[in-house]
Each structure stands twice: as structure tokens, then as C-alpha cells.
Design a protein around this ligand. Structure first.
Ligand code: NAP
Length: 249
């Protein structure tokens, strides 16, 4: 129960990594406000699941790329739960293509959903965390933000931008006991990767030092560490949750 009594916002939790973070936070005693953009049915099902065993959770439809949505979200969460101790900026999309073919719209959308979203929500919770003189903000980046990747100029730029943002927030707000860290997941196996060609996926696993893809729980457990008082002296850092992938390249 590392998060007992803490109130968390997790963005983009209707499936994948965000869903696992929401589940793990509930197991650790947190109250969870989670968001989604369009997957209403999955969000309702998750809310039902999270509250089934006396957990406290609520899903909010909120577009992470929109500044006013973030402001409204925090207002609603404060009305529902009173404060916000933890923010996980997890919502993210890809729209891959070579730079030669990438449209302005493809660039803007990916940068807005992945990177501007971190600004939007961090800005919106700031006053609450400053008043409390405590808070943990966790931004989900990617190894692609650390290393770059062919066909992902928009995605890697957005994820690298998150790393700079994380360090600046840590430097600005450390004196107020507000911590900000990033997680850079490697290849994480989700519902989405189940649909990919099995041989291709095995090929990816083989290149990873730990010889497996990561699970959403691997990322969620790292979030628990960064959200909890276990990491009270850790800020401005990026933890690569990648099975050694980055070390190997
Ligand atoms: P996913 O399965 O595609 O789930 C994305 C989640 O984000 C969904 O719940 C989606 O909800 C939500 N979302 C998308 N756009 C949104 C918006 N504008 N506003 C609010 N919510 C929005 O993705 P994932 O694989 O779990 O990835 C989660 C995060 O980890 C992302 O930031 C991703 O870049 C990062 N990451 C993933 C991997 C990996 O291997 N999976 C590796 C490195 C980093 P709706 O369906 O309702 O839109």
C-alpha cells in the first residue's frame, strides 16, 4: 500500500500501459482519476473494475492535447476528490511515416497529444501542488525520445521534448517539494502488439538483453516507485524501462 491516501490523475488509461498504471495504483491504495479521449466503453468498464473492491476511481473524458480540457479536468477532480498528489502524463499516439511524407497535421497532432499534453496538465495542477508543497509528476516518454527512430520524427521529437520539460519542471519546483521524473519504456507488449506478425515480434524480443518485451506492469511498477515516498529524493531523472535495450545499442 505504497500510495495509500494519495490522489492520482492518470491520462490515457482506457487501455494499454495507462490501464495497467490505474490498476496498480488502486492496488497500492491510491484514489485514481483517469482520462480517455474516445474509448467510452472501455473507460466505463475500467471504472467499474477499479471500484469493484472498494477502490475509489472515476473516468473523465478529456482530450490531453487541449489546454482548457486539462483545466476543466483538474477542476472536476478537485471537486470529486479534494486534491491531486500524483500526475501521470501517459496519453500518447503515434502517426509514423518518413519525414519526406509527413504532413504538418501529422507533426502537430503527435506533438500536441504527446508533449503539449504534459504542459497542459502540469500547468493545471501546479497551484494545487504548490499549496500542498508536495507532488509527483511522471511523464511517459519513450526510448525513441532518447535515441530517435526512422519513420518517427514527430513521435521521437515529442518524446525527447518531454525529457527537457521534465528536467526544467524538476529544477523549477524542487524547492517546493514537487518532483518530476520521466519513464522511457522500450518495447512494451500490449493488446496492440498482439495483432502484429508473431515472427517480427519475436525478432524484436531477441534483440533485447532481457530477451522479452516489457509488460505494461513493468512500466506501472516504476510509476508506483516514482509516485510514492520510496523515491522522495529522486527528481529530474529518466528511468529507461526497456530490458537493457538502450544499454545494448
Ligand atoms: P495505447 O494502447 O494506444 O493507449 C493510449 C491511451 O491514450 C488510450 O487510453 C487512449 O484513449 C489515450 N489517448 C490517446 N489520445 C488521447 C488524447 N488526446 N487525450 C486523452 N487520451 C488519449 O498506448 P500504450 O502503448 O499504452 O502507450 C501509452 C504511453 O506509453 C504512450 O505515451 C506511448 O507513447 C508510451 N510508450 C509506449 C510504448 C509501447 O511499446 N507500447 C513504448 C514506449 C512508450 P482513447 O482510445 O480514448 O483515445
Amino acid at each position: 500500500m505504497l500510495l495509500q491516501g494519495k490522489i492520482a490523475i492518470v491520462t490515457g488509461a482506457s487501455r494499454g500501459i495507462g490501464k495497467s498504471i490505474a490498476r496498480t495504483f488502486i492496488e497500492q491504495g491510491a484514489t485514481v482519476a483517469f482520462t480517455y479521449r474516445s474509448s467510452e466503453e472501455q473507460a466505463l468498464a475500467l471504472e467499474k473494475e477499479l471500484t469493484a473492491n472498494n477502490g475509489t476511481a472515476k473516468g473523465f473524458k478529456s482530450d490531453a492535447s487541449k489546454y482548457t480540457d486539462a483545466e476543466n479536468l483538474v477542476k472536476e477532480v478537485l471537486e470529486a476528490f479534494g486534491t491531486v498528489d500524483i500526475v501521470v502524463n501517459n496519453a500518447g499516439i503515434t502517426d509514423d511515416t518518413l519525414l519526406m511524407r509527413m504532413s504538418e497535421e501529422q507533426w502537430d497532432r503527435v506533438v500536441d497529444v504527446n508533449m503539449k499534453s504534459c504542459f497542459n496538465l502540469t500547468k493545471a495542477v501546479l497551484r494545487t501542488m504548490l499549496k500542498a508543497r508536495s507532488g509527483s509528476i511522471i511523464n511517459i516518454s519513450s526510448v525513441v525520445g532518447v535515441q530517435g527512430n526512422v519513420g518517427q520524427a514527430n513521435y521521437s521529437a515529442s518524446k525527447a521534448g518531454i525529457l527537457g520539460f521534465t528536467k526544467s519542471v524538476a529544477l523549477e519546483l524542487g524547492s517546493r517539494n514537487i518532483r518530476c521524473n520521466a519513464i522511457a519504456p522500450g518495447f512494451i507488449e500490449t493488446e496492440m502488439t498482439e495483432k502484429l506478425d508473431a515472427e517480427v515480434v519475436q525478432g524484436w524480443r531477441d534483440t533485447i538483453p532481457l530477451k522479452r518485451g516489457g509488460s505494461p506492469e513493468d512500466v506501472a511498477n516504476t510509476c508506483v516507485f516514482l509516485a510514492s515516498d520510496m523515491s522522495s529524493y529522486v527528481t529530474g531523472q529518466t528511468i529507461n524501462v526497456c530490458g537493457g535495450m538502450i544499454t545494448a545499442s
